[in-house]
Design a protein. Structure first.
Length: 133
């Protein structure tokens, strides 16, 4: 139990400081791999989802958020979760999915508002994960 409570305490502290922490602290292979491991373990899923939700809603430029979502396959991670209806975990998963959806919409809107040459360049970057019609 001590490792679980330590992990939860670390999660609470990190979530409080995410708005001020440089995105590079958690937008790296090591940290995101650890979050993927936590999502796979029911003892840590809720904390991992809450932390990923805080990362997703961090104050970043829309295109940076879109790249973060694409780079770490966050939509796929969301899809892999199967929370039971009516649970607190389901609430946190829904909140994270909502945040991801908003980020994708903001990113797509930013792409469409950019100059046409920039849009084509960005479309190529994101075409493997997002469709632009």
């Amino acid at each position: 139990h001590s490792f679980i409570s330590l992990t939860r305490s670390c999660d609470q502290v990190i979530r409080k400081y995410i708005p001020w922490i440089d995105v590079g602290f958690f937008a790296n292979e090591q940290f995101m791999s650890m979050m993927g491991s936590f999502l796979a373990d029911v003892k840590y899923q809720k904390e991992a989802v809450k932390l990923l939700g805080a990362i997703t809603t961090k104050g970043m430029l829309p295109l940076e958020k879109l790249e973060l979502i694409r780079r770490f396959g966050l939509l796929g991670l969301c899809n892999s979760l199967k929370p039971e209806r009516g649970t607190r975990f389901a609430f946190h998963v829904c909140k994270w999915i909502n945040g991801l959806g908003n980020c994708v919409l903001e990113g797509v809107t930013a792409l469409l508002e950019a100059r046409s040459d920039q849009v084509e360049k960005k479309r190529k970057i994101f075409s493997s994960h997002f469709r632009f019609e």
